[in-house]
Design a protein around this ligand. Structure first.
Ligand code: NDP
Length: 290
């Protein structure tokens, strides 16, 4: 039986945001430039509205400019593309984020492709995905970046460790696998067609759940001592009524088996916005040339 450490993503993210605020102030003093993050929200998805509000608040707290564009759900593709073109051309905007999901009539891939890769702080543009894949400097998706920061904080060097990433989405699983490869892990990407998923997971020194299925990864899928990063955010019914958030990993079962695990909430989630701010500062530095 091992003692399982709980990885405090919330605390780590707070420290990262405080450090970024200092770096933003120094950058402003040196260049006279305030990094600006433009967030585009189309429609009234309530979860997206909460994310956008939190992003705006934390952007301002870090000393950056927050520019919000809220468009009606009926916005046409051409209108959205025109807005992105104007943000691409705006020197006060260093980062552009289009909140996903978009209403069904809009083509997300086309919209993401219209963002200037230098301002693509979500790291979803094919140019940034390609640069990451071939090992060039890139703006890297925020949630995977946050996961790797937590892992390096826990483990130091990740070189040679066997990592299993469950989930292969373009926003989490695939870029996270690329980042772990960059850290010299031996990486397996598992998905809904993987045979004997439990056995694959049991080989992992680093196990990542990025699936979106409540507590799918059971305690006995975890290698004793493994570091577990739970990206999943799933809202489930509580026994006594109401709802609560759980991850993709059965957190209680992991106690005494995992060496360390991120909780949900309070693990990976808070890292995402902190990394968005880090990417915005990186983008501003590159655009200004310092
Ligand atoms: P997607 O739905 O895009 O991808 C889910 C992945 O899980 C797919 O690759 C799918 O495989 C795989 N999968 C589904 N069912 C199974 C199964 N039974 N066994 C193995 N693999 C399976 O989700 P996202 O990547 O966007 O998000 C994953 C989770 O992370 C969600 O809970 C989401 O809410 C959360 N999330 C959290 C963030 C944060 O800030 N902490 C940010 C982004 C996401 P296949 O490709 O074969 O269909």
């Amino acid at each position: 039986m091992v003692e399982t450490r709980i990885i405090d993503g919330k605390g780590f993210a707070e420290k990262l945001r405080a450090r970024l605020a200092g770096e933003v102030a120094a950058f402003h003093q040196e260049t006279g430039v305030t990094p600006g993050l433009a967030v585009v929200l189309v429609g009234e998805d309530p979860a997206s509205a909460v994310y956008v509000r939190n992003k705006g608040k934390q952007t301002v707290e870090a000393g950056m400019a927050s520019i919000e564009h809220k468009l009606p759900a009926t916005t046409a593709q051409a209108e959205l593309l025109a807005l992105i073109a104007s943000l691409n051309a705006d020197p006060g905007v260093h980062g552009i984020l289009v909140q996903l999901p978009l209403p069904g009539h809009l083509d997300a891939q086309d919209v993401l492709a219209a963002i200037d890769p230098a301002k693509d702080v979500d790291g979803f543009h094919v140019v940034n995905a390609g640069r990451l894949a071939v090992g060039l400097d890139a703006l890297v998706p925020c949630t995977p970046l946050g996961c790797v920061m937590l892992l390096k904080d826990q483990l130091g060097s990740l070189a040679g460790l066997r990592a299993v990433v469950v989930g292969r989405s373009n926003i989490v699983g695939k870029p996270l696998a690329q980042l772990l490869l960059r850290e010299d892990c031996t990486v397996t990407i598992a998905h809904s067609r993987t045979k004997d998923l439990a056995e694959e997971c049991r080989r992992a020194d680093i196990l990542i759940g990025a699936v979106g299925r409540p507590e799918m990864i059971r305690g006995d899928w975890i290698k004793p001592g493994a570091t577990v990063i739970d990206v999943g955010i799933n809202r489930v019914e509580k026994a006594g009524g109401g709802t609560k958030l759980v991850g993709d990993v059965a957190f209680d079962e992991a106690q005494g088996i995992a060496g360390a695990i991120t909780p949900v909430p309070g693990g990976v989630g808070p890292m995402t916005i902190a990394c968005l701010l880090a990417n915005t500062l990186t983008a501003a530095r590159r655009q200004v040339g310092v």
